[in-house]
Ligand binder design. Structure first.
Ligand code: 5GP
Ligand code: MN
Length: 346
């Protein structure tokens, strides 16, 4: 028998929805089916989207801890080649549970996917996941059209970590400091340190449960937001030097050559959009980041009136109303022209 989640001291009096008033968006029958699938499986393969952020990797590792403590064989990975945890996330506990994609089962019994809205976002593990007997998709992207065999999807949840926390309780797991650190990384990442409009009472209530385990909010904040190699400042300077303000759009780009000059890895570019988007005169911000393969990873942000997810979805990507992205194989000029067309600016 599963212990009744309501009896647990470390969880709220009831499983609360994103808005804190109860009655979450996910039907009980779907949660029950997820629990059933997990309990039946000997091995559970966990996956999250490529170049994982704090929400993707944090949610996955938190659930991995709990599955492992239930005695499951756990495999956790993401489809990046070369396989490396982004430096920003190296402080996360549980990384010894990660395996490179080559060691991921070719046709798994059960996969749980975290924070990914499509098979494609799973990169080279998309095919393995598609071959799995069952795929539970834990996600909060509005663009998630429901891939896999069971969706634990709530587009109103501020982070996938909120769904991961519920899953943990429902599995009979408890929060310890390591699990809470992983979930907290997801919650702070996706709410922009509790600044975005998605920051509901339920978000702060979850944060309170996590912080109560004794995790170090100061150290996590420093790891995630407040450190970088010196070379980042040089590359940032190059990006800001060529920034353009066109109507309500502010944008810039960073090339492989910029990074190579200072030996800066691609993953270090994540924070540039947060500097560019502060521009008062712009409603929309874009940063084009050239990855190691020469493709442009397009980061877009809106202050609220423009739906950048719609524009990015039309260009083959996706995301949230105010934060979305896609991959472009065109030139900088062509990429920006296409994006402006989608915004109705051209
Ligand atoms: P970022 O600019 O931080 O890389 O991405 C912002 C958001 O856009 C992410 O949380 C993710 O939801 C979405 N996103 C970024 N790139 C892609 C992409 O290539 N495909 C899809 N479907 N979503 C993306
Ligand atoms: Mn997320």
């Amino acid at each position: 028998m599963t212990p009744d989640v309501r009896d647990r001291a470390d969880r709220p009096a009831r499983v609360e929805s994103h808005n804190g008033v109860g009655g979450g968006a996910i039907p009980e029958s779907d949660w029950n089916r997820a629990l059933h699938l997990i309990k039946q499986a000997d091995e559970v393969a966990l996956v999250c989207h490529v170049t994982p952020d704090g929400d993707a990797l944090g949610s996955m590792l938190a659930v991995a801890f709990v599955l492992r403590s239930m005695g499951k064989r756990v495999v956790a990975s993401f489809g990046d080649q070369p396989f490396a945890v982004p430096r920003l996330l190296r402080f996360l506990p549980g990384q010894e549970m990660l395996v490179p994609p080559a060691e991921f089962p070719v046709a798994p019994e059960l996969v749980i996917s975290f924070d990914s809205s499509t098979f494609e976002r799973l990169g080279m593990l998309g095919d393995n996941t598609a071959r799995a007997r069952e795929v539970i998709v834990v996600d909060h992207h509005p663009s998630n059209a429901g891939f896999g065999t069971l969706g634990i999807i709530d587009a109103k949840a501020a982070a996938t970590a909120m769904l991961a926390e519920q899953l943990i309780y429902r599995l009979g797991g408890r929060l310890d400091r390591d699990i809470a650190t992983c979930l907290y990384a997801g919650l702070v990442t996706d709410t922009g340190s509790f600044r975005h409009s998605s920051t509901t009472p339920a978000v702060h209530q979850m944060a309170a449960r996590l912080v109560a385990t004794g995790l170090r909010t100061d150290e996590i904040a420093r790891e995630l937001w407040d450190r970088s190699p010196f070379s980042y400042l040089k590359v940032l300077a190059a990006a800001l030097d060529r920034v353009k303000l066109e109507g309500g759009l502010v944008w810039t780009y960073v090339t492989r050559v910029d990074r190579a000059a200072y030996g800066l890895p691609y993953a270090e570019l994540e924070g540039i959009i947060d500097i560019v988007r502060r521009t008062d005169e712009a409603e929309v911000a874009v940063v084009l980041k050239e990855d190691d393969q020469g493709a442009w990873q397009v980061s877009t942000r809106s202050k609220g009136t423009v739906d950048v997810a719609a524009a990015c979805a039309a260009l083959g990507g996706g995301g949230h109303h105010n934060a979305a992205g896609y991959t472009s194989h065109a030139t900088v000029e062509e990429t920006m022209a296409a994006f402006k067309r989608e915004l109705g600016m051209a």
